[in-house]
Structure formats: C-alpha cells, structure tokens
Design a protein around this ligand. Structure first.
Ligand code: SF4
Ligand code: SF4
Length: 110
C-alpha cells in the first residue's frame, strides 16, 4: 500500500470550511431525486477505499470569518470548542476533499 506524506502549508483560503462530506452506503438512484439534490449543490462520488458514496454538501461553517485581506480564520481557533476534526485537518482521509477545493496542502508518495 502506498504511503503518503503531507507537504505545504495552509494559505487561509477558507475553502475547506465551506462544505462538509458524509460517507454513506447509498446514493440516490432515482434520477429525479438525484437531480433534486444536485440542484441544491449536493454532489456524489465513490470513495475508492470504502466503496461507499461520499455526499458533498456545500454549507459554510458558522465559525468561518474573513479579514479585510480575505484571509480566512476560525472563530474557535485556539479554544477547546474547535472540533477535533478541524484541529487535525487535513489528514490523509481528507486528501480528495482538499484536492477538490485546490487546497495548498498536497500529498506526495513517501
Ligand atoms: S483549503 Fe487548504 S489552504 Fe485553504 S484554508 Fe483549508 S487547509 Fe488552508
Ligand atoms: S470550526 Fe473552524 S476550522 Fe472547523 S469548519 Fe468551522 S471555521 Fe473551519
């Protein structure tokens, strides 16, 4: 199995805080339902590792803010209210999500 290491640094674009993803067993099969979700900006992709469907739901976090230079920051940064998932991000598990939003972090094979 390939081993990856993360390189780069956060450029504070904030894009990783504007959506969330769910890994679910099912995706909508019915075309009208699929269209309905897609009209709400929800998209789907197969997770190769788990063979589940990743639902990508655009929803900006309430704690995301931008300064006058359009640099993003988290209102919870430095507090224990910040979810662990955010404190540890981005991990290799989130590689695809971060690549999708053109994150400044990259993963390269060790
Ligand atoms: S997408 Fe990447 S570069 Fe942008 S804020 Fe998130 S971690 Fe930082
Ligand atoms: S809590 Fe902070 S780091 Fe986590 S998604 Fe919201 S703004 Fe981003």
């Amino acid at each position: 199995m390939k081993q990856f290491k993360r390189i780069g640094e956060c450029k504070r674009c904030g894009r990783c805080c504007t959506y969330f993803t769910l890994l679910l067993k099912d995706s909508p099969q019915e075309p009208d339902l699929k269209k309905y979700f897609e009209l709400h900006g929800i998209t789907f992709e197969k997770d190769e590792r788990t063979q589940q469907t990743r639902w990508i739901i655009p929803l900006k976090c309430k704690m995301l803010e931008y300064d006058e230079n359009r640099l993003a920051s988290c209102k919870l940064h430095g507090t224990d209210k910040k979810p662990l998932i955010c404190r540890n991000a981005p991990t290799l598990k989130e590689k695809n999500n971060h690549e999708r939003v053109n994150c400044a972090y990259k993963w390269v094979i060790k």
